[in-house]
Design a protein. Sequence first.
Length: 138
Amino acid sequence: MKSFTQQLWFNARNRQEFINITGQVEEALAKSGIKEGLCLVNAMHITASVFINDDEDGLHRDFTQWLEKLAPYGKEKYQHNLSGEDNGDSHLKRTVMGREVVVAVTNGKLDFGPWEQIFYGEFDGKRRKRVLIKIIGE
């Protein structure tokens, strides 16, 4: 069994944004040479996420509005912010959207269902964060 590791770095311009990283993960898979196995992609920061869904602008606006209803931004709203932070909402949003995804690798390709894409979700942007790609298999 082989393994391959790569990191992606992000410095989102906005406090919250969704970035399609499917192409970058596919490039890492091609570099790995692995044809059959599993590909793990995970956010290495507690206020960011990685998830799979459709790359459709309306859906992304829906995510943003829905997350803001669940965990609205506001310094006075969260116990976490008593430590001097202002990102209590970002931790909750990350929990809802998830830390990582695992995608099967079949014949050297990510084995997606229709419309599936991999996204980096940023909820406390404007600083440097990373995503880990770990591919294992033959």
